[in-house]
Design a protein around this ligand. Structure first.
Ligand code: GS8
Length: 219
């Protein structure tokens, strides 16, 4: 029986992009189903009844939810190329720790920069930069968080690089000045086709963010 791989996603989602990058790394073909998050499909509601969120990977009819769990699932199923996790159990635990750190520290502060104004925005920016500097300390001189190879932590963080450009465009912060080591890492990741061909076009991303800002301002 032919394998069936379906991805429920939303084009601009940093979480969905993680899954698309992992599938591109592995060269897995899949059926991409764009979701309307303001009018959720019955397929999405049935596949992720708990959180009702994208991304969801449906592999041979069985749904897998939560982006970091999906990326690790992909690595465990398609083992023939591009390992995304280290072999050593301690290093694997470490990779999971830093991927979780990105969800707990980077994502909330980054969205706080977009959502707030004034002092709350300044506080979110400060927390965001401090959290990124911790990540720079973990990256050190390595080309990727996974060492010489691109892996789980790289995949967890790189979709947010589009947000870095937005912060600059809106004059919130200049990532080249604040986090030069991390920006060097972004450039190395962008040399990979799995990343550069998957991340959304910066102009489209900007248009999307602008439309969301206008929507929130009018509410
Ligand atoms: C987050 C997914 C998520 O927030 C993961 O997969 O890692 N922890 C999850 N998905 C959002 C779209 S991206 O901002 C979503 O589906 N939102 C719909 C909703 O909240 O109703």
């Amino acid at each position: 029986m032919a394998e069936s791989v379906v991805l429920l996603d939303f084009w601009v989602s940093a979480f969905g992009l993680r899954v698309r990058i992992a599938l591109a790394e592995k060269g897995v073909e899949y059926d991409y189903k764009e979701q309307d998050l303001s009018n959720k499909s019955s397929l999405l509601l049935q596949s992720n009844p708990i959180h009702k969120k994208i991304p969801v990977l449906i592999h041979n009819g069985r749904p897998i939810c939560e982006s970091l769990i999906i990326v690790q699932y992909i690595d465990e199923v398609w083992t023939d190329r591009s390992p995304l996790m280290p072999k050593d159990p301690y290093q694997r635990a470490n990779a999971r720790f830093w991927a979780d750190y990105i969800d707990k520290k980077i994502y909330p502060s980054a969205s706080g920069i977009f959502r707030n104004k004034g002092e709350a925005q300044e506080a979110a920016t400060k927390e965001f930069i401090e959290s990124l500097k911790v990540l720079e300390g973990e990256l050190k001189e390595k080309p990727f968080f996974g060492g010489d190879t691109f892996g789980l932590v790289d995949i967890a963080l790189i979709p947010f690089s589009g947000w870095f450009d937005m912060f600059k465009a809106y004059g919130y912060l200049n990532m080249e000045e604040e986090c030069p080591t991390l920006m060097g890492w972004v450039k190395r990741c962008m040399e990979k086709d799995s990343v550069s061909k998957t991340l959304p076009d910066p102009h489209k991303l900007y248009e999307f963010v602008e439309s969301m800002r206008k929507k929130f301002e009018n509410q």
